[in-house]
Write a protein that binds this ligand. Sequence first.
Ligand code: ADP
Length: 263
Amino acid sequence: MLRRTSRTERTGSAEALRLVGVTKVYGSADNRVTALDDVSLTLPAGSFTAVMGPSGSGKSTLLQCAAGLDRPDKGVVMVDGEEMTGGKEAALTKFRRTRIGFVFQHYNLLPTLTVLQNTTLPLKLAGRRVDNRLAREVLDRVGLGGRVDHRPDQLSGGQRQRVAIARALVAEPRVIFADEPTGALDTRSAREILSLLQEAVNVHGRTVVMVTHDPVAASYADAVLFLADGRLVGRMASPTVDAVAERLAHLGDLVHQSQPTEV
Ligand code: ADP
């Protein structure tokens, strides 16, 4: 008899990402900067979260630490219920390659590879079987079915970012981290990219964490986390453009009242 599977069964742990007391300090002695200060948060699988805050508030550092691209000085990062911090560099790289996808502001595509080759590159790097049929399906889904043999310089910015999204999706990661994914795009392409990220969450059950400074981009997420001075100072569910802009304008007030918040 067929049994319906719950979302938890389909996607593994119900909790996609957990940070506990994550602290990151740059520099030493008299030029120390605490980029992240005791940050704790939990994101459920199948959620779309935007991370916002003023320049220098720690957004990139949070993303780098949460994605295993950098190591926190203190604290623990768990992806899909498994600890990512600790362990050797090679183990961390393997962990990252199997569980995490990235979408960067400037696409980070290899110029000499075709769209299809760029899309399957993470699978190759991870030593996984390259399923070109699946890759073509994903490229179809992001509207690039007719461009699989093009090279990045034959594509518009919006199309290049779609390749980056296809590349992130094809490896079926637990969490996709997007760093200002619409920062270099015109309004229309930006909207299309944000809709694709939403679809990755709502239709395909992925978990997306997106750093952005744009309230419009943030309004596509299920929730927004606000950072200031390396601390989490607030969370907003069901964000609207106006509510996000208003909260950003008053973040300074929150910093002075805040204790470390867990969200
Ligand atoms: P945001 O992404 O919100 O602009 P960042 O995470 O880039 O913030 O930076 C947080 C703080 O850490 C800033 O004060 C920044 O100058 C500092 N910082 C970031 N990366 C480094 C680094 N590699 N070396 C020294 N300081 C850094």
